[in-house]
Write a protein that binds this ligand. Structure first.
Ligand code: HEM
Length: 439
């Protein structure tokens, strides 16, 4: 090997190590947001609500702080990190300057932390809330200009886009819209509001944008990219997938404009089309690739898609119920965020992140199984008893809610331990069947 080739190789190994270190920092920060400001506050809220048997017993700011930490602090931080790590490779882009990824991380985590803290303790909130929202938006813009559409591939003619790219574009637009809405609303509250909590009307619409408009298409994009390979599924129906994205996007826009009835129907139609297009519930054509993870991985991915449908059906029920339905809306939201999003992050995340984090192998497939099994149990108890208790159908269900919260908290803690343990262990030399992990 000549010296030029050797120095090129050394540079690319150093770059890969630097990218993995950055990805692991994003993931570990996401785990911290998930555990403390996210889950711990969520459990605390649920225990307080159950003790007083009333959803209104805690301030909306605490509920919103929990939701923000989970969606933006946990899942979005993971996504930004994975984006910086993988998109330049997938698009064969020129290497971007690493300071951009680190500056984005610093602005993003500072913004999310400040936004959370000010919603919980409204100290100088009229200045700090809009500032936090601007920090989050600026971090996103830095991410977008670094690896967004302005950068084209360095070699060869342009290939037509794979279908999962459309889902990633829809999700990125959903994230951008959520952050823009947040900036506008925090400035408006700072001028005329009486507290940092978003008014209920606005919050309901904003939540649809940040969950169905951002998290859901992003997970569909990951599904279309990885599941046919990991689960050995039959070839995707690409047009049905595009129809799913279109129906879902129209549903999100309808909800944003306040038309919840058509929104819930379009959203369910989108989810059904997404499941059909990925062919997730059909038997696999090839053997699933489960080396390095627990062999139950395909089952949990399928259960996650079943929860997606449950979330859509509950949304329709809540809208057409003919009376106030906070319990059914809450159940729909957690069927989506815990049953679908968290289960997908637990399963696909533990499948791909160890390899992205410097060719590592998941520390414990058993912990992966335990985390996912407890998540499913906690979610089932939570979703069913939230409807029974909050809607006044069965008083005993108030006793079940704290139990569900503790089970879910154990599940997320096991997930966090497994990933942190994986990253803290030295990388392995990838050989034989384990090479599947990094394909
Ligand atoms: C891990 C256990 C969790 C517990 C105990 C929990 C608890 C709660 C509670 C008590 C509420 C108040 C409203 C209601 O009761 O429905 C709530 C709202 C919410 N949760 Fe969770 N949650 C958990 C997980 C998650 C996850 C993983 C996500 C997202 C990835 C999430 C996102 C949200 C959102 C967006 C809201 C609504 C916030 C708002 O009204 O602005 N939760 N959660």
């Amino acid at each position: 090997m000549d010296t030029k080739t050797q120095s090129l190789m050394e540079r690319s190994v150093a770059r890969e190590k630097a990218l993995s270190a950055m990805l692991m920092t994003y993931v570990l920060s996401g785990l911290v947001f998930m555990l403390l400001p996210g889950t711990f506050l969520g459990v605390w809220n649920l225990i307080s609500i159950s003790r007083l048997q009333a959803l209104e017993s805690i301030t909306p700011g605490w509920i919103q702080a929990h939701g923000h930490a989970q969606i933006f602090g946990w899942v979005a931080t993971f996504i930004l990190g994975i984006g910086f790590y993988s998109i330049p490779k997938l698009r064969k882009m020129k290497p971007f300057p690493m300071w951009r990824g680190w500056t984005c991380w610093a602005m993003w985590t500072a913004g999310v932390l400040l936004r959370w803290a000010v919603t919980v303790w409204p100290w100088h909130w009229r200045v700090l809330m809009p500032f936090a929202a601007l920090l989050e938006f600026a971090a996103f813009l830095l991410f977008f200009v670094t690896i967004g559409p302005a950068h084209s591939s360095t070699d060869g003619p342009r290939k037509p886009w794979d279908v999962w790219v459309f889902a990633v574009i829809a999700a990125t637009s959903g994230l951008m819209l959520s952050l823009m809405l947040q900036v506008l609303e925090t400035f408006s509250l700072a001028r005329t509001g009486t507290s940092p909590a978003f008014p209920h009307e606005f919050d309901q619409r904003y939540l649809v944008v940040s969950t169905w408009g951002f998290l859901v298409p992003m997970v569909w994009g990951f599904s279309a990219r990885w599941l046919p390979v990991f689960l050995g599924l039959r070839p995707m129906f690409s047009r049905v997938f595009v129809a799913a994205l279109a129906a879902n996007s129209m549903g999100v826009i309808a909800a944003l404009l306040g038309y919840f009835a058509p929104a819930t129907i379009l959203i369910l139609a989108g989810s059904v089309c997404a499941g059909l297009s990925i062919r997730i519930l059909e038997p696999s054509l090839h053997k699933p690739k489960v080396v390095g993870v627990h062999r139950s991985f395909p089952l949990f991915v399928r259960l996650a898609y079943a929860w997606l449908m449950v979330a859509g059906v509950l949304g329709i029920w809540a809208e057409f119920n003919g009376q106030l339905s906070p319990g059914i809306w809450g159940a729909s939201r957690h069927a989506l965020t815990v049953g679908f999003i968290s289960a997908m992050v637990f399963s696909v995340g533990q499948r791909i992140l160890p390899a992205f984090g410097g060719m590592r192998v998941l520390a414990s497939p058993i912990l992966m199984f335990a985390g996912l099994a407890l998540l499913m149990l906690g979610c089932t108890l939570r979703v069913s008893s939230e409807i029974l208790a909050y809607q006044g159908y069965a008083g005993w269900a108030w006793e079940v809610l704290p139990v569900s919260a503790l089970i879910e908290m154990t599940a997320v803690t096991l997930f966090a331990i497994n990933l942190a343990w994986t990253f803290l262990r030295p990388p392995v030399v990838v050989q034989g069947p384990l090479a599947q992990l990094v394909e």
